[in-house]
Design a protein around this ligand. Structure first.
Ligand code: DGL
Length: 299
C-alpha cells in the first residue's frame, strides 16, 4: 500500500536509524552513498552500549525505546543497524509498529546465499547475535541445504573502537577466531556486527582471497532502497540531505571514532538525556509509545 504521506511517490521525511552506539554509522555510510538525497536521523545508544552481551529482554526494551525516539522525529522507515538488536528485537518491532522496520540480518543472509559456491557459510557477530541463531534461521529459511558455521568474536568491537585495525594483536585474534571456520571450509563469511566492516582487509588477509565477505550494511542499504521505491517513499528529487545524529551519551573520542566509521566528517551531533526520555520526564514513556503507534501511518 502507498503511504498516505507521500505525494507522487515522494516522501521528504527522514530515514531513522538506530544502533547501540557508533557502529551503526557503517550502515549510515552505505545509506548515504546509495541514497544521497535521503535525510537521516541517527540514534546511537552510547550510554547503554554494548548490547552484544545483554539479555534478550533488555535488548527488546532498548529497541522499543529507541524506535519511539525516532518515531517522534517523524521518520518514514526504521533501520535497525545493530546486528544484535536486529537478531533479537526485529520481530517485536515489526509487530508493534506499522511503518516499515528493516534489520540487517535478512539482507546479509540473502547476499551470502547469492555468493556461496560450496554452500558453506560462516557467520561472526557478538555473543548475543550468535546465541540468538538469527542468521542461521534466516539462511535456513531461504535454503535448507546450506551448512552454517558460527563464531562469536567479542574482542573485535573494542579493537575497532580503539582504532587497532592493521595491528599485530588484531591479526593474532582474527586468526584465532577464524581458524575453526576456515577448517570447516567456508567460502563466504557474513560480517554480522556493525564494527566488522572496518576489519575487512584484516579478515580478508587471514581468510585468503577466495572467501567472500558479506557486509550487511551494504546489503541493508540496497534493501532499504527497494522498500522506499516499492512504497513510494523516496525523497523528492534534489532534496537537500540534512542528517542529525543523536547520542544517549557523548563518549570519549566520539568524533574521532564516529568519523572513522562514517569516513566523512560528522556534522550535527546532539546528546539526548535518554534516561529522562524513558523514565518519562514531561510525558510518560508509555504515553509517548501509544501516541507514536497511533499516529504512525499505515505500511
Ligand atoms: N552494534 C552491535 C552489533 O552490531 C555491536 C556493539 C554492541 O555490542 O552493542 O551487534
Amino acid at each position: 500500500m502507498q503511504n498516505p504521506q507521500s505525494t507522487n511517490g515522494m516522501d521528504p521525511r527522514p530515514i531513522g536509524v538506530f544502533d547501540s552506539g557508533v557502529g551503526g554509522l557503517t550502515v549510515v555510510k552505505q545509506l548515504m552513498s546509495l541514497l544521497p538525497e535521503e535525510r537521516i536521523i541517527y540514534f546511537g545508544d552510547t550510554a547503554r552500549i554494548p548490547y552484544g552481551t545483554k539479555s534478550e529482554e533488555t535488548i527488546v526494551r532498548f529497541a522499543l525505546e529507541n524506535s519511539v525516539f525516532l518515531l517522534e522525529k517523524q521518520v518514514k522507515i526504521i533501520v535497525v543497524a545493530c546486528n544484535t538488536a536486529s537478531a533479537i528485537a526485529l520481530d517485536r518491532l515489526q509487530q508493534v509498529f506499522s511503518l516499515p522496520v528493516v534489520g540487517v540480518i535478512a539482507p546479509g543472509a540473502q547476499a551470502a546465499l547469492e555468493q556461496t559456491r560450496n554452500g558453506r557459510i560462516g557467520v561472526i557477530g557478538t555473543a548475543s547475535t550468535i546465541r540468538s541463531n538469527a542468521y542461521v534461521k534466516a539462511l535456513k529459511a531461504l535454503d535448507a541445504r546450506v551448512k552454517i558455521f558460527t563464531r562469536p568474536c567479542p574482542l573485535f568491537v573494542p579493537l575497532v573502537e580503539e582504532g587497532w585495525i592493521e595491528d599485530e594483536a588484531t591479526y593474532l585474534i582474527a586468526r584465532r577466531y577464524l581458524r575453526p571456520l576456515m577448517d570447516n571450509g567456508i567460502d563466504t563469511l557474513i560480517l554480522g556486527c556493525t564494527h566488522y566492516p572496518l576489519l575487512k582487509s584484516v579478515l580478508q588477509q587471514v581468510l585468503g582471497e577466495s572467501v567472500v565477505l558479506i557486509d550487511s550494511g551494504i546489503e541493508t542499504a540496497r534493501h532499504v532502497e527497494g522498500i522506499l521505491k516499492e512504497r513510494g517513499l523516496r525523497a523528492p528529487v534534489g532534496q537537500k540531505p540534512e542528517h542529525y545524529f543523536y547520542l544517549s551519551d557523548l563518549p570519549y573520542k566520539f568524533q574521532e571514532i564516529g568519523e572513522r566509521f562514517l569516513e566523512r566528517s560528522l556534522p550535527h551531533v546532539e546528546t539526548v538525556n535518554f534516561e529522562a526520555f524513558v523514565s518519562g520526564k514531561g510525558r510518560s514513556f508509555w504515553e509517548r509509545f501509544e501516541r507514536v503507534v497511533e499516529s504512525t501511518p499505515v505500511k
